[in-house]
Design a protein around this ligand. Sequence first.
Ligand code: HEC
Length: 119
Amino acid sequence: MKIWMLKLLAVLVLAAAGAAAQTPTQTPPAGDAAAGKKLFVSLGCWTCHGYEGQGGAGPRIAPRPLPRAAFTTYVRRPSERMPNYPERLVSDAELGHIHAYLQSRPMPPPIASIPLLQP
Ligand code: HEC
């Protein structure tokens, strides 16, 4: 192989590596749970889902909400009784904060640890 071919090969390999490194990632930045808590309250999500996302008029959505993309899609276009929250009310980034808040909630205690629920 001629030396210019090696050089060309090296340039191509480096260019490919650079392109791979610069490809924007599809994962949105991680949300901020403290900011999410404030939004969850100010937007009124708690009125139906409870302050802890434990459920009420709406279903339990913490500590395991839908995956982030599906969560955002749902809040934008709920399928049934839930009111929709368009972009002008809450941005995708803010929904990411709410998602982080819901994920930060502790798991409920196991049923076996609650005496009143024992047979
Ligand atoms: C007026 C009551 C109400 C409010 C306010 C409300 N929701 Fe809901 N939500 C519901 C109900 C009821 C459902 C069950 C499905 C439906 O009716 O659309 C639901 C379903 C959901 C779901 C899908 C649940 C699942 O896991 O399948 C998500 C996610 C959700 N709500 C998030 C939110 C967020 C975030 C907010 C605040 C920005 C919010 N909701 C505000 C009533 C409400």
